[in-house]
Design a protein around this ligand. Structure first.
Ligand code: C5P
Length: 223
């Protein structure tokens, strides 16, 4: 019997992480944060001073990452690289920018594919990313494409950073979000597009609870 998978794709900051965590908790399913794989690869490349123009070397690194995800308090996940906690380091703005660059490399994507598919184990998987429904799990019975306007996503990220005491202007955030979107949408390898059979949800001005209700209803229809 194949393991049920719900894919949640979309641009950064649209609320995929929150939706996936709530879905995973309600359904009791595993979760895949595929973006973390690209972030860890980027961090390892930066630390090893591998130029982000050297696709072969970055892919070689991606193939041999000794990585583990450990559930932590309050729905957070600890990301360990060679046993070292890098959960915070992979969320820095420099790592985010580098992640979107390594994610454009076809060899790196191929190197990370098997790891992602191995996560589909019973009772089910909620997979968060950009190409979960189009490339990694094309047979998933429920595919969501969650989007929101760039401004709404920048405002959300701005609130999160302010709460953490980090100062960055809304204009600068909007600019980086638009740059990253363009790179994800226009790349040759696994560009960010909704799967043909995806349910597209625009979360601009909609509460996280209401998005969750819609997706749970769809999931029940497919049981
Ligand atoms: O989702 P998150 O922001 O953590 O992803 C980090 C980067 O990894 C994104 O900017 C995107 O370029 C890339 N990514 C990807 N495919 C995925 C998940 C993330 O290309 N499935």
């Amino acid at each position: 019997m194949s393991v049920p998978v719900i894919t949640v794709d979309g641009p950064g900051g649209a609320g995929k992480g929150t939706l996936c965590y709530s879905l995973g908790s309600q359904l009791g399913w595993h979760m895949l944060d595929s973006g973390a794989l690209y972030r860890v690869t980027a961090l390892a490349a930066l630390e090893d001073e591998i130029p982000l123009s050297d696709d072969d070397a970055v892919a070689e690194l991606a193939r041999h990452l000794k990585l583990s995800f450990v559930p932590a308090a309050e729905g957070l996940t600890q990301v360990l690289l060679d046993g070292r906690d890098i959960s915070l380091a992979i969320r820095s703005e420099s790592c985010s920018a580098a992640a979107s660059k390594v994610a454009a490399m076809g060899e790196v994507r191929a190197a990370l594919l098997a790891r992602q598919r191995q996560m589909a184990v019973a009772p089910g998987l909620v997979a968060d990313g950009r190409d979960m429904g189009t490339v990694v799990f094309p047979d998933a019975p429920l595919k969501i494409f969650l989007t929101a306007s760039a401004r709404a996503r920048a405002e959300r990220r701005h609130r999160q950073l302010m709460a953490k005491g980090e100062s960055v202007t809304l204009a600068r955030l909007l600019e980086t979000i638009e740059e990253r979107d363009a790179r994800d949408r226009n790349r040759a390898e696994s560009p960010l597009v909704p799967a043909n059979d995806a349910l597209v949800i625009d979360s601009t001005g909609i509460s996280a609870d209401s998005v969750l209700d819609t997706v749970l209803q769809e999931a029940r229809l497919r049981e």
